[in-house]
Design a protein around this ligand. Structure first.
Ligand code: NAD
Length: 498
């Protein structure tokens, strides 16, 4: 059986002492093993990155950008292979994997503009014959730790910009679906990146903890669940590292009485069930304003959900695939059970879905639950499955209060024809990314991505302009040349412009 290894200093290597099974979630079969890096292996990657840094930081940004241009072409040329690997190990349908990859490629396109993005700020004559400027220098060795649900896109949020800014990068992808990520890193190597600038170490907590504690690692980007995000942020801070840690979500969609219900249903069905709900921006709660809105929405959702197709990633007719593991499938089913036990009404039940020729797969069908209240476990916690809850509010104020009171603040949206209501909503809601009649308001690559509250620890968001700042440090230089003829005596008070 194949063992997925690491990419260190331009070479594929593997730890054989500890490995973990990789599954095809559509069939439930073990297809590969992934090597789990030891502390010593991660330290090799850090040493390689440190050795590569002096030359890479001095490589002109335009040349660093050219590597990214070639990388983009290779990603496009090999898109089918990448998406096949995503399907095999994650289970998402090929068209959805293509969408994820395209969103990732857009981050590479943004990184191609790095000479422009790294331009500093210059002020002439800040004093007599004195000029001053700020420039943005790379940090050194930086690390990224990524989740299973976007094995291509989320790593691409991080390393193209980090590397374009002149850093060396160590990526610790999810051990559950490691192959597409490793292959993408090999394509970057093929694009002409010098050895050691980018390493991939597969592994678990041991690899992560090594990166968090090693003083040579200057900064850590993390995307994953909230408990781990908090642990990463606290540990990185305790070790004096810059850190951004993006966590979980519970994204609410408000449906106002004036909304175009047919449109809202179409949008919600894709946003709730696409990728089996395993997206941090998936809509998992519909908050209806008024009982008539709730009844109309549920009626149309039932009709639309009867046509949902769940199955194998290779069948393009399918809408979504399985969940990532048997354990996660059971966890999602447990949330549906708990909702029922706590008095909610399961309107469409995906617990017993049958997928022919995939009997061992980790499937849960699309599920719709009405009469959910904020005290229920299914409402309070992130389910991360194809489950849409309906919470009935009586007015918009109540609907917004629910969102503001929730511990997560990643994404939200509102369906309405009322511009004034939409403006009030986007202005005041305590959430980082807001959609107006747009269910998945994932910012494009030239904006930045990040939630509020316990959906993000840190201040700078992921990718876009914030990534340029996250992966660089400001240096401000003030200069005067004696040849200007100005000579001043010793000055003991704070220099000012008199
Ligand atoms: P996870 O937190 O289990 O794992 C994320 C990463 O952390 C993996 O690389 C994993 O190996 C590592 N990890 C896991 N346990 C660890 C531990 N105890 N110590 C150190 N490292 C550890 O998340 P997941 O299940 O892979 O991904 C799903 C979660 O990610 C969901 O909660 C989802 O909302 C979140 N997510 C958030 C965003 C966002 O942008 N906010 C995007 C994608 C996914």
């Amino acid at each position: 059986m194949t063992t997925v290894g690491h990419l260190i200093n331009g070479q594929i290597v593997a730890d054989t002492e500890r490995t973990q099974a990789v599954y095809n979630p559509a069939t439930g079969e073990v297809t590969k093993q992934v090597s789990l890096a030891s502390k010593a292996t991660v330290e090799q990657a850090i040493a390689a990155a440190e050795a590569a840094f002096p030359e890479w930081r001095n490589t002109p940004p335009i040349k660093r950008a050219r590597v990214m241009f070639r990388f983009k072409e290779l990603l496009e040329k090999n898109a089918e292979r990448i998406c096949q690997l995503i399907g095999e190990e994650h289970g998402k349908i090929i068209h959805d994997a293509m969408g994820e990859l395209q969103r990732g490629i857009e981050n590479v396109e943004y990184a191609c503009g790095v000479p422009e993005l790294l331009k500093g700020e210059h002020s002439k004559n800040v004093g007599p014959n004195i000029d001053s400027w700020s420039e943005f220098q790379p940090l050194g060795v930086v690390a990224g730790i990524t989740p299973f649900n976007f094995p291509a896109m989320v790593p691409l949020w991080m390393f193209p910009m980090a590397i374009a800014c002149g850093n060396c990068f160590i990526l610790k992808p999810s051990e559950r679906d490691p192959s597409s990520t490793l292959y993408i890193a090999q394509l970057l190597q093929e694009a002409g990146l010098p050895d050691g600038v980018m390493s991939v170490v597969n592994g678990d907590k041991e690899a992560v903890d090594t990166l968090l504690h090693d003083p040579r690692v200057q900064a850590v980007s993390f995307v994953g669940s909230t408990p781990i995000a908090e642990y990463i942020y606290r540990t990185a801070a305790a070790n004096c590292k810059r850190c951004q840690a993006l966590g979980g979500a519970k994204n609410h969609a408000i449906v106002l009485p004036d909304a175009d219900i047919d449109n809202a249903v179409n949008q919600l069905i894709g946003a709730a069930f696409g990728s089996s709900g395993e997206r941090c921006m998936a809509v998992s709660v519909a908050v209806t304003v008024g009982d008539a809105t709730a009844d109309a929405l549920i009626l149309k959702m039932r009709e639309a959900m009867a046509k949902l197709k769940v199955g194998h990633y290779q069948d393009k007719q399918n809408d979504f695939g399985p969940l990532i593991t048997r354990e996660h499938q059971q966890k999602v089913i447990g949330y549906i059970d708990s909702a029922q036990e706590q008095g909610a009404q399961v309107v469409v039940d995906g617990r017993h879905v049958q997928v022919s020729a995939c009997e061992g797969g980790f499937f849960v069908g699309g599920t719709l639950i009405d009469q959910v209240t904020p005290d229920m476990r299914c409402y309070k916690e992130e389910i991360f499955g194809p489950v849409l809850l309906v919470v009935r509010a009586q007015n918009m104020k109540q609907a917004m209060q629910l969102i503001d009171d929730h511990e997560y603040g990643n994404g939200t949206c509102i369906f309405t024809r009322d511009g004034e209501a939409a403006r009030y909503f986007s202005d005041n809601i305590k959430v980082g990314m807001v959609g107006i009649n747009v269910p998945l308001p994932v910012p494009v690559a030239y904006h930045s991505f990040g939630g509020w509250k316990r959906s993000l620890f840190g201040d700078l968001h992921a990718y876009g302009p914030d990534a340029v700042r996250f992966y660089s440090k400001r240096k401000t230089v003030t200069q005067r040349w004696p040849s200007s003829g100005v000579r001043e005596g010793a000055e003991f008070s704070m220099p000012t412009m008199k």
